[in-house]
Write a protein that binds this ligand. Structure first.
Ligand code: TRP
Length: 452
């Protein structure tokens, strides 16, 4: 398998492929609701600081491990040190947890596309529309099943390339639309400027450990870190491409899209609700409640809404394909099942696992795991527990077993590693200690032992 790896063509090919997989619901749906909930400007600042130190270090390490070994996560760790094979396995569990609930949200996106396309804009702008929708049993399950089925069909027939092409065309249009909507909201709506200030100006009184926990989880999620994905991407990367430069570009691109999404949504929340705590803290529904209100005030709002949501759909679909692809290829490697059989098994598993996340807002809303609904629980288990664990062990592995030198050498295959010092200090000292603190506090607080 290792000798037959195809490579990305051209210098920009690698960056585009990795960024295309990284940009998805994490940027457009998840980042804005976390930023709104956990302090606005202070969340943004925390996120940026973490991205250029911590995210940078981890992404460099993962890509370098992949390119060095030319293997995906499990094989790569195994090849470097057998005792660390479990890190690869642990990382592989994460997409299995994420994919089902990702598809639940993807289903919501499809529903909203269908709603705008059928001209139901005014109804959708009603404050209760979203809660009525997710509070019903059948419809969210239908859209979830449709989304995961489309993902599976693409993976089953191996036509990812086609979808990738479509989403590559859609991506710039999506970004332009986000920018346009942000400008529209800020320039035409009363109260929106307060939202801009809330989003951009760090208010240290809003800071808590939770700000850091949330920002850190979001960083992993959005940049697809600490789950072996970037190792796989690195394994396809050619030696004449700079790991350091590519990492910076992926990071800026991913962060840029998330930033703009926040700029589109948070000022609108202020315009429609005055920015009271309940509106800011509403969580996963934020985008679905706020944007229809914006589109409802626009001329041709139904068309704009439909176009917007279909583009979010493609961004989400390309990510969910990449998530499913990861699971399918691991299954194929481990069981010798063929692609189609593996795909059907993953589809079945995702349908089963996603069902509780969907029902958690309706029929099963009273069922709680450590005080959380299913969707929140899966989100927490992957982003706040498993990813920090994988990241922590990766840092210890690279810092003390493999040694930073091995990564530095791989990065320096083509030129100087400018942030070598930062990388070494981060991976050996700062990141492990920091991760341990974050991990412990998020687990203790989930079990109600401490309040953060
Ligand atoms: N980063 C993706 C997003 O922002 C979500 C994601 C997490 C992902 N892990 C992944 C996508 C693995 C592809 C592969 O939406």
């Amino acid at each position: 398998m290792s000798s037959q790896r195809s490579s990305f063509t051209g210098k920009i090919g690698f960056v585009l492929a990795a960024a295309g997989s990284a940009v998805g619901l994490g940027n457009i749906w998840r980042f804005p609701y976390l930023a709104a909930k956990y302090g606005g400007g202070i969340f943004l600042l925390t996120y940026l600081v973490l991205a250029i130190t911590f995210g940078f270090t981890l992404m460099i390490a993962e890509i370098a491990i992949g390119r060095k070994t030319k293997l995906s996560a499990i094989g790569a760790f195994k090849a470097l040190d057998k005792r660390f094979t479990f890190v690869g396995v642990l990382g592989a569990i994460i997409p299995i947890i994420i994919l089902p609930y990702y598809a639940v949200i993807g289903g919501w996106v499809m529903k909203y596309f269908a709603g705008f396309a059928s001209g139901a804009t005014e109804q959708m702008a009603d404050g209760n529309y979203f809660s009525n929708f997710i509070g019903s049993v059948g419809e969210p399950i239908f859209w979830f099943a449709l989304f995961i089925a489309i993902t599976a069909i693409v993976v089953f027939f191996g036509v990812e390339k086609g979808v990738e092409k479509v989403s590559k065309i859609m991506m710039p249009v999506l970004i332009a639309m986000i920018l346009f909507i942000a400008i529209y909201v800020i320039c035409t709506m009363d109260g929106a400027l307060d939202g801009v200030i809330y989003y951009l100006k760090p208010d240290f009184s809003n800071f808590s450990v939770m700000t850091v926990v949330a920002a850190m989880g979001q960083l992993f999620y959005s940049m697809s870190l600490a789950m072996g994905i970037m190792i796989t991407y690195g394994s396809y990367m050619k030696k004449d491409i700079s790991i350091e430069k590519s990492t910076r570009q992926i990071e800026w691109f991913d962060t840029g899209v998330a930033f703009l999404a926040g700029l589109m949504i948070i000022p609108a929340v202020f315009a429609f609700s005055g920015g009271d705590a309940a509106a800011l803290g509403q969580g996963p529904g934020l985008m679905f409640v706020t944007l229809p209100q914006v589109f409802n005030t626009m001329p041709a709002g139904s068309v704009i809404g439909a176009v917007f949501f279909i583009m979010v759909f493609f961004a989400a679909l390309s990510s969910s394909i990449s998530l499913m692809e990861t699971i399918v290829s691991i299954l194929m490697d481990k069981t010798k099942l063929n692609r189609r059989a593996s795909c059907l098994i993953v589809l079945g598993g995702a349908l089963l696992l996603g069902l509780p996340s969907s029902l958690g807002y309706s029929a099963w809303s009273s069922v709680k795991i450590i005080g959380m609904q299913f969707l929140d629980f899966f989100d927490f288990a992957s982003n706040s527990v498993l990813m920090p664990i994988v990241a922590l062990i990766t840092c210890i592995f690279v810092g003390y077993i493999l040694k930073p030198k091995a990564v530095i050498e791989e990065v320096e295959v083509n030129g100087k590693f400018k942030s070598k010092g930062l990388f070494t200090v981060m991976i050996r000292y700062v990141a492990p200690v920091f991760l341990l603190v974050i991990l412990t506090s998020s687990i203790l607080s989930a079990f109600g032992i401490i309040k953060i």
